[in-house]
Design a protein around this ligand. Structure first.
Ligand SMILES: CC(C)(COP(=O)(O)OP(=O)(O)OC[C@H]1O[C@@H](n2cnc3c(N)ncnc32)[C@H](O)[C@@H]1OP(=O)(O)O)[C@@H](O)C(=O)NCCC(=O)NCCS
Length: 357
């Protein structure tokens, strides 16, 4: 019988180095007023020397595992959503798997830019409900500061670093991740990209001199498509879950720009009071933004057991998607009994029975 996929653990890590809009006034021709009014961003975090996507992912993942009371050696799958991996290969997920000691887990990265976390959640849900795995660690992690062109004021002020993680587990409970919808339009890929450094345009002295190994974006075009696509995906995910917007307690959108978020809410006629926003403190952390927001929403009392949550994302590719889930909270009583669990319980029973003898 297909199992439901339930989030049983969550955690995030934001690097300690804060870059305010005033710091950017010293780097490019910009102002706190321009950045705040056009994007809603006041500050973002940048990774320290020695930190990278995998190190931040590991910190977020440890918190999520602790919350789920799941031992690293019991994790069956590690998926890292990222467009700023440690290396082209090996996958960042393999580095995370090794650092955690998740010795029995398969591991791979998912690259769908800012939609990577929703995409990875959809894969985890599919593999859990088909019975392929009993649990998955799903991480969104980015070190976009290393891909920013600090001579391009139109992009460098927008992005930040960080990581968020969730544990997803098979459950016989009737709730969980209720729908995931994904879409793409590869014909728009050039509007938001890192052009050089891979097989089509390998890194060279020239590509580096021209800054082609860094993010380029036509922001206006991205903006226009993001609002409509996110709103459409949200409605589709709700239809698939058999719910309406009135059922949703909290929308957690990808944090790209407060005007995009407000545009989506307006188009859906969804009240901003029920939209979680933390872009002012982190900027756009791409794949990490939704799991960071989810963990912060929980920590600040915006998420309670039974709440219906709508996730919605848009990013380079172009890619976009949405998910509907019911927040379960702590793992107790959720975990479906695996063969291993059953064996462990049976052994404990035997030990209990022979102990008094
Ligand atoms: C990038 C973005 C904030 C720009 O806002 P905008 O209102 O569209 O601004 P424009 O691009 O039209 O630029 C207007 C002017 O501001 C200038 N400008 C751009 N960045 C600036 C900055 N950091 N500081 C000051 N001025 C800036 C531009 O050079 C332009 O000047 P010009 O008219 O003299 O040429 C906006 O397009 C956006 O958020 N797009 C979506 C980006 C995004 O979220 N991408 C990720 C998706 S996952």
């Amino acid at each position: 019988m297909p199992k439901n996929a339930v989030i049983t653990g969550w955690g995030f890590y934001a690097p300690t180095r804060v870059m305010t809009n005033f710091d950017f006034e010293k780097i490019v021709d910009t102002s706190d007023e321009w950045i705040t009014s056009r994007t809603g961003i006041k500050e973002r975090r940048f990774a320290a020397d020695g930190e990278s996507t995998s190190t931040m992912a590991v910190r977020a993942a440890r918190l999520a595992l602790e919350r789920a009371k799941l031992r690293p050696q019991d994790v069956q799958l590690v998926i890292v959503g990222t467009c700023s991996p440690d290396y082209l290969f090996p996958a960042t997920a393999c580095i995370v798997q090794s650092e955690l000691g998740a010795t029995r887990a398969g591991a791979f990265d998912v690259e769908a830019a800012c939609t990577s976390f929703v995409t990875a959640l959809g894969i985890a849900r599919g593999m859990i409900s088909s019975g392929t795995v009993e649990n998955a660690l799903v991480v969104g992690a980015e070190t976009l500061s290393r891909l920013l062109n600090f001579k391009d004021r139109g992009t460098c002020v927008l992005f930040g670093d960080g990581a968020g993680a969730v544990v997803v587990e098979a459950s016989n409970a009737s709730v969980g991740v209720e729908s995931v919808v994904l879409h793409s339009d590869g014909s728009k890929g050039e509007l938001l990209m890192v052009e050089a450094g891979a097989s089509r345009l390998p890194a060279s002295k020239e590509t580096v001199e021209l800054g082609k190994h860094l993010i380029t974006m036509q922001g206006g075009e991205v903006f226009k498509l993001a609002v409509k696509s996110m709103a459409d995906a949200a409605e589709e995910a709700l239809r698939e879950a058999g719910l309406g917007l009135e059922d949703i307690d909290l929308m957690i959108p990808h944090q790209a720009n407060i005007r995009i978020i407000e545009g989506v809410a307006k188009r859906l006629r969804f009240p901003m009071e029920r939209v979680f926003v933390n872009i002012q403190r982190y900027g756009n952390t791409s794949a990490a933004s939704i799991p960071i927001a989810m963990a912060e929403a929980e920590a600040t009392g915006r998420l309670a057991r039974g709440d219906k949550v709508l996730l919605v994302a848009f990013g380079g590719g172009f890619t976009w998607g949405a998910a509907v889930l019911e927040w379960f909270g702590a793992h107790d009583g959720v975990r479906a009994q695996s063969a291993l669990d059953r064996a462990r319980d049976a052994l404990e029973d035997v030990v209990d029975r022979v102990r008094p003898l």
